[in-house]
Design a protein around this ligand. Structure first.
Ligand code: ADP
Length: 495
């Protein structure tokens, strides 16, 4: 409130009290009029301030003396007891004004504290849900704008330099600003407006740090009363700085952890590849070398049958080697996005026929039940690649199910999908692995398990998805596993 106006108000209050007392004069004794002046003092301290209240008490004493204490309209006092009344009125006036000022001050502080708590709560809530660096940066700037009636710029550390991560619209961040921010960053002390360093700067800069590690600097441009605000807001600013720094540190650590995990996963993948490549290349090679050396060294001692068995074994192993290298190459092509489909309209009968023909020599006495509808089942596909999918699935079924059990192949279509199923009566797989088996190099180790690379199913998935279809596995009732391949029929059913 304007100072002159407040003193005029003091005069008016005293005048009103005096007029009121004048109206009461016929009915009350002068001593009781003191109460009216006390009310004026209370109102003055509530509305105008402490100093003004003391002045009201003083003027009250004078007016009371002049107008109501006999002899009236003089300052002389006939009855000296009135002196006690004067001191009482003035003393109580001073005490009341001090008490009211104290209560008001406390209420104001409480209100400010409440506002601080609310704005810190808002900030921590926003920061807690911010999932990445960008979101954290945006919520810091937004909260400064809202809570402090200010515009803000957030600098983040880049080695020992700073770069602007975000700033309020319309805030000009010039080289002078950057200089002060850099000073604050390097010395880990607030700088700029309202501090002793660079006090002429338009903005206040506070370093964001966790322990001794500087993470950035927050620059604040107060929209009003800029120079006095630093001290008032010191506690809030420090809390803002700490919360923001902690959020930035959390993001930095989680990025680091993610990076470390990625490296670890890559390392694991590399190791798995190396293990499987060395194992799967060496096993057939050792067998083939063994067979060849036996045939070379003991050619004349070997009976015709033994020689044939040896050659069959070597042939089988060479086939395995070939499939393995083929799988590796396919995987590389799939990953490089070089797999080009040669789509043609094919009958599923041909597809199953081709697949069975290529696993024939591994079938031995195993029984494969094939259930296909009598009509043509046509779909657009790359026959060679889809045959490979089926071969991999049949291979797995043979590999993981008991020798005497049947492997079942079925296919059917509705107007949307062509479905092909390969099912066995093996051990099935734990439910939580049903999707993971399609990951590269993912294998479930079984004690008596057959060798493998963990590549087959991921290649199947790659090929089926390249066709726009999907592949999944499910455990069968009564035991065993079923793989389902679904190809979309859209535009594919051209006979
Ligand atoms: P590989 O057979 O070379 O290990 P795959 O990618 O073909 O690699 O299979 C991944 C894993 O899925 C296998 O290690 C195996 O544990 C499991 N699996 C695949 N097919 C079957 C099946 N028909 N029955 C049980 N488990 C299977």
């Amino acid at each position: 409130m304007h100072l002159a106006f407040s003193y005029v108000s003091v005069l008016l209050l005293t005048l009103t009290a005096t007029l009121f007392c004048e109206a009461l004069r016929p009915y009350v004794s002068p001593v009781n009029m003191v109460m009216v002046y006390l009310v004026a003092v209370v109102l003055s301290s509530l509305w105008l301030g402490q100093k003004q209240a003391i002045l009201t008490a003083l003027l009250g004493v004078l007016a009371f003396d002049f107008f109501f204490v006999p002899p009236r309209l003089t300052f002389s006092v006939a009855d000296k007891e009135y002196l006690i009344t004067f001191f009482g009125l003035f003393g109580v006036g001073v005490i009341i004004s001090a008490l009211v000022a104290k209560v008001q001050d406390r209420a104001e502080k409480l209100k400010a504290r409440e506002a601080e708590t609310a704005s810190l709560y808002r900030l921590s809530k926003d920061l807690a849900v911010a999932a990445d660096l960008q979101a954290v940066v945006i919520s810091i700037v937004k909260n400064v704008e809202v809570s402090m009636d200010a515009r803000a710029v957030l600098f983040l550390a880049d080695g020992d330099r700073l770069h602007v991560a975000d700033n309020s619209s319309g805030l000009n961040v010039d080289t002078e600003c950057e200089k002060v921010a850099l000073w604050s960053f390097r010395s880990l002390r607030p700088a700029g407006s309202g501090t002793s360093t660079f006090p002429l700067s338009e903005m206040l800069f506070i370093p964001l740090q966790v322990l001794e590690t500087p993470l950035g600097v927050l620059g604040i441009h107060f929209n009003t009363e800029r120079n006095t605000r630093f001290e008032q807001l010191r506690r809030l600013l420090e809390a803002f700085g700490t919360q923001s720094a902690l959020a930035l540190e959390r993001i930095r650590l989680s990025q680091q952890a993610e990076h470390a995990q990625l490296l670890k996963a890559r390392e694991r993948l590399g190791r798995a590849l190396l293990n499987s490549v060395s194992h799967d290349l060496r096993t057939p090679l050792v067998t083939i070398t063994g067979v060849l050396s036996t045939i070379r060294d003991e050619e004349h001692q070997l009976s015709e049958k033994v020689r044939k068995d040896l050659v069959d074994t070597a042939w089988e192993e060479a086939g395995r080697l070939n499939r393995f290298v083929g799988n590796l190459l396919d995987m590389t092509r799939l990953e490089a996005g070089e797999l080009k489909l040669k789509l043609e309209t094919c009958d599923v009968q041909d597809l199953v026929g081709c697949a069975l023909a290529s696993v024939e020599h591994r079938l031995g006495a195993r029984i494969v039940d094939v259930q296909l509808p009598s009509d043509l089942l046509l779909a657009r596909m790359d026959l060679v690649l889809m045959t490979q999918v089926l071969v991999n699935l049949i291979d797995n079924a043979l590999k993981y199910s008991p020798f005497e059990s049947h492997v079942e192949i079925a296919s059917y279509a509705d107007n949307k999908h062509l479905t092909i199923e390969v099912a066995d009566r093996g051990p099935g797989i734990p439910d939580h692995d049903l999707t993971r088996i399609f990951d590269k190099f993912y294998r479930i180790s079984v004690p008596e398990g057959a060798g493998g690379t963990g590549l087959g199913l991921s290649i199947c998935k790659g090929i089926v998805e390249a066709h726009g279809g999907r592949i999944y596995a499910e455990n069968r009732r009564g035991g065993g596993l079923k793989f389902v391949v679904q190809l979309s029929q859209e535009g594919g059913q051209d006979a």
